[in-house]
Design a protein around this ligand. Structure first.
Ligand SMILES: Nc1ncnc2c1ncn2[C@@H]1O[C@H](COP(=O)(O)OP(=O)(O)OP(=O)(O)O)[C@@H](O)[C@H]1O
Ligand SMILES: O=C(O)c1ccc[n+]([C@@H]2O[C@H](COP(=O)([O-])O)[C@@H](O)[C@H]2O)c1
Length: 196
């Protein structure tokens, strides 16, 4: 079973995440995509919405897709949510699955700084997608990463980010259609990202 691991902060999940995951699934022929909300994303400082709320929004966003799942793999682990730890534990639990990582261009460029990157790349391939605002030129990517990388030059790129959604909603704006509707309703019911 080819399984794409799509890690993220998802604060909140948005249509950019869903559209890129679907394009990755189709381009590479993945059987499933597992969204993995990071409890403590290693490179992000500052306050975050609780991981339970972020998980709940992702769950609602992916529930109608027969090949998308959300995983609790990083929810109960303390300390930084290093991807290498997640892959090692998922591989122990699901030895029959072939895992690869799905990420946008910003994260592909960040990969050289990841914790135990050599060990991580020895275990998984990387599916990289373009992202507006990030120039991903193959020659800038170190060879050890390029060797493990499948670059999906997807047809549809969506210029949206969680930051934009948080800021817009805090300013009293509408995020309808930017956030999948069941996740948006959860956000409203739980008063997330409301003007302070
Ligand atoms: N619009 C997008 N196009 C392509 N990739 C994206 C897009 N938005 C997020 N990603 C990718 O999704 C993964 C998780 O991203 P994350 O949850 O941090 O969302 P974000 O929109 O970048 O959030 P923030 O604005 O808070 O930094 C990363 O691999 C990132 O590159
Ligand atoms: O393992 C690492 O060193 C590492 C460094 C930076 C980011 N990550 C993971 O990359 C994913 C995307 O990160 P983010 O913060 O952009 O949502 C998320 O699952 C993070 O845990 C992982």
């Amino acid at each position: 079973m080819k399984t794409g691991i799509f890690g993220g902060t998802f604060d909140p999940v948005h249509i950019g995440h869903l559209i890129m995951a679907e394009q990755a699934r189709e381009a590479v022929g993945l059987d499933e995509v597992w969204f993995v909300p990071a409890k403590n994303p290693p490179h992000k400082k500052g306050d975050r919405t609780s991981v339970e709320h972020r998980f709940a929004m992702v769950q609602r966003a992916v529930q109608s897709h027969p090949h998308f799942r959300v995983s609790r793999a990083e929810m109960d682990r303390e300390g930084p949510s290093y991807t290498v730890d997640t892959i090692e534990s998922l591989t122990r639990l699901h030895p029959e699955r072939e895992f690869s990582l799905i990420m946008g261009a910003d994260m592909v460029l960040d990969l050289p700084h990841w914790h135990r990157i050599g060990d991580l790349l020895a275990q998984v391939g990387v599916i990289g997608l373009l992202r507006p605002g990030y120039l991903l030129e193959e020659r800038q990517i170190p060879l050890k990463i390029r060797r493990c990388l499948t670059l999906v030059k997807e047809k549809v790129q969506v210029e949206v980010s969680s930051t934009l959604i948080r800021d817009h909603r805090r300013a009293g704006g509408s995020v309808r259609y930017l956030v999948p509707e069941p996740a948006r309703l959860y956000m409203e019911e739980n008063h997330l990202y409301e003007p302070r």
